[in-house]
Design a protein around this ligand. Sequence first.
Ligand SMILES: NC(=O)c1ccc[n+]([C@@H]2O[C@H](COP(=O)([O-])OP(=O)(O)OC[C@H]3O[C@@H](n4cnc5c(N)ncnc54)[C@H](OP(=O)(O)O)[C@@H]3O)[C@@H](O)[C@H]2O)c1
Length: 266
Amino acid sequence: MTLFSRSSGTALITGASSGIGAAYAERLAQRGYDVILVARDRSRLNALAAKLTAVHGVQSEVLPADLTRDEDLSRVAQRLADDERITLLVNNAGITVDGDFLDADINSINSLIALNITAPTRLAHAAGNRFKARGRGTIINLASVLALIHEMSNGAYNASKAFVLTLTRALERELKQHGVQVQAVLPGITRTEIFNRSGQSIDEIPTHMIMEVETLVDASLAGLDLGESVTIPSLESLAQWQQYESARAAMIPGLSLSQSASRYRQ
Ligand SMILES: NC(=O)c1ccc[n+]([C@@H]2O[C@H](COP(=O)([O-])OP(=O)(O)OC[C@H]3O[C@@H](n4cnc5c(N)ncnc54)[C@H](OP(=O)(O)O)[C@@H]3O)[C@@H](O)[C@H]2O)c1
C-alpha cells in the first residue's frame, strides 16, 4: 500500500545495495518516492530496483558509484545539483574498520575518511544548495551512537560519525528557515553486513543490543515525521538527550573568554 501521494518526489540513497540503505530504499518506495540507488555493486542495485518497481510501482534507477573515487563522487554530486526531481538525500554509505585506531591499517582508515566524511560532505553540500534554492527538501545523514561514545571502537570511525552529527546540526541551522529538513540518525548496533565487511562478527554481541534494519529505519522515519533533527532510535529516555543538550548549551557562554579559569591561575 502506498501511504503517501506520488508527489513525494525522488530520493537518492547512497549505500543502497545492502543493510540500512536497502531498507531506506524499500520504506521510501513504500511512501511513494521514486528512488535513485547508489553503491558499487551494480547487480545488487539492479535486483533491488526491479523489486521496488514491481512491488511499489515507483521509478527506480541505479547509479553505480564508488564514493571514495573523486570522479564517481563528482558525478553523484552533479546529479544532486542538476536533477530537479530529487527531494530527499539519504547519506548512508559507510564503512568501519576493526580494532583500535593504532592497530588498524592506515589505508583502511583513509578509505573510511573518504567514504564516511568526504562523500557525505560533498553530497550534503550539493543537495543542501539545491534544496535551499528550491525552498524544500530533506537530508538524512547516517551517523552512529558512537558519535557520543568516545571510549570504545575504532576512534576514526567514532570521529567520522561525530563529524556527521556536527555537520548535520550546522546544516539544520543554515537550512531551517529555507524549508529544508535535516536529520542525523544515530543507530546503535544494527544487523547488517558492516561487521563481516570489516572482519568482525556480530555473533559476539548480545542479541538484546542488536536492532533489525526495518525496526531502525521505521523508527528513523518516525523521528523525521516528528521533525527531529537528531534521532536515536533505541534511546527510551528523550529526557536524557535533552539533559545532554542542556549541559552542552550551559557551557557555551564559558567556552571562550579573555581570562583563563581560576584553576589555571595558581
Ligand atoms: N550496522 C550498524 O551497526 C551501524 C550502526 C551505526 C551506524 N551505521 C551506519 O549505517 C550506514 C549503513 O551501514 P550498514 O550497517 O547498512 O552497512 P552495510 O550493510 O555494509 O552497507 C554499506 C553500504 O555502503 C556501500 N558502500 C561501501 N563502500 C562503498 C563505496 N566505496 N562507495 C559507495 N558505496 C559503498 C555498500 O555497497 P557496495 O558494497 O555495493 O558499494 C552498502 O550498500 C553506515 O554509514 C554505517 O556507518 C551502521
